[in-house]
Design a protein around this ligand. Structure first.
Ligand SMILES: Nc1nc2c(c(=O)[nH]1)N[C@H]1C(S)=C(S)[C@@H](COP(=O)(O)O)O[C@H]1N2
Ligand SMILES: [Mo]
Length: 316
């Protein structure tokens, strides 16, 4: 709903925010070709986003993080997306002509309803929500990012994994023509990531299709990536074309490249250092001071129980 602003109606910052969010969501749906949802659907999407207001500062929405949002310019120009080069500025520079339409996502493996979906069909059954999450790169920088997406659990339930499925594997597009970084053996392409099924089903885990209410810019993993806010950024796979349910632990691109430095779990943990640097602190992009890194990136209440009894030094 648009709030009319008159001199006798001082506008509160919360109203400005929701108005902007509503407008940007409408823009998103139009850009994404999802306008078929209709006005009622859009209002619903806007209301659902509102329902994410956190309780006691611990909820999944992270409204307590809103004042800390990393500016759009930083979120979209300081990126790791090695398919487009290894410097932070490469993806924004070299992904401008990356084609994300049409886009197909394959669902394979130990699942009752395998299939091949157009991006539109993949997204359409789900309600888009805004999720403001801390992002902590293994390189000890961090951001706070307002994603637009939907819970991965909703998707997983809809395709009905078999009882034998214990992990989910995600694969990025392989296309050296379009992705110049794939012409060098920096990683064993295509980029592959994986989650244990319970991690993938955790309410914090989302598929993201937008950021700041707009469609994902190519450098941020258009048109589909996932986000797991208690893990280091490299666990979040960009430009996903395949989702496979497996019984065994998937081989992931970074642990294949360097198993002693990057493990399967990659939970943010200030007490377990990377072999070459400490993980105790981080620098928020746009700030000078260094902040303490929080256990599970500040999401311990929602995720720590999944790892009870596990040695987090061995399972890094
Ligand atoms: N396909 C692919 N996905 C990727 C990467 C990559 O190089 N290729 N880099 C990862 C790393 S290390 C980080 S920190 C995040 C960065 O996401 P952002 O650019 O949206 O901040 O993407 C992750 N996903
Ligand atoms: Mo990263």
């Amino acid at each position: 709903m648009l709030t009319r602003i008159t001199p006798d109606h001082p506008v509160r910052s919360s109203e400005i925010t929701s108005e902007t969010q509503y407008e940007s969501r409408r823009q998103f749906l139009a850009e994404a070709g999802l306008i078929g949802l209709g006005v009622a659907g859009m209002a619903l999407a806007a209301r659902n986003a509102g329902a994410q207001t956190p309780q006691q500062g611990t909820s999944i929405g992270g409204a307590e993080l809103k004042p800390e949002l990393t500016p759009w310019d930083d979120v979209t120009s300081y990126n790791n997306f090695y398919e487009f080069g290894t410097h932070k500025s490469d993806p924004a520079e070299h992904a401008t002509r990356f084609r994300t339409k049409p886009w197909t996502v394959k669902v394979e493996g130990l699942v009752s309803k395998p299939g091949s979906y157009s991006l539109e069909d993949f997204i359409k059954p789900h309600k888009l929500e805004e999720r403001i999450y801390r992002h902590r790169c293994v390189e000890a920088w961090s951001m706070v990012i307002p994603w637009l997406g939907f819970p991965m659990a909703d998707f997983i339930k809809s395709v009905q994994p078999l009882g034998s499925a214990k992990y989910v594997e995600f694969t990025t597009l392989l296309d050296p023509q379009q992705m110049p970084g794939q012409r060098s053996p920096v990683l064993d392409w295509p980029y592959v990531e994986g989650l244990r099924l319970d991690e993938a089903m955790n309410p914090l885990t989302i598929f993201a299709v937008g950021v700041y209410g707009k469609m994902l810019p190519n450098q941020n993993g258009a048109p589909l990536r996932h986000v797991i806010p208690w893990k280091y950024g490299f666990k979040s796979c960009k430009s996903i074309v395949k989702i496979r349910f497996t019984e065994g632990m998937p081989k992931t691109a970074w642990s294949v490249a360097n198993p002693s430095e990057y493990g399967f779990f990659a939970n943010v943990n200030p007490t377990v250092d990377h072999p070459r640097w400490s993980q105790a602190k981080e620098r928020r992009i746009g700030e000078f001071r260094r902040r303490d890194t929080l256990m599970f990136n500040g999401y311990a209440q929602q995720v720590a129980s999944m790892y009870s009894g596990m040695d987090l030094r061995r399972n890094y």
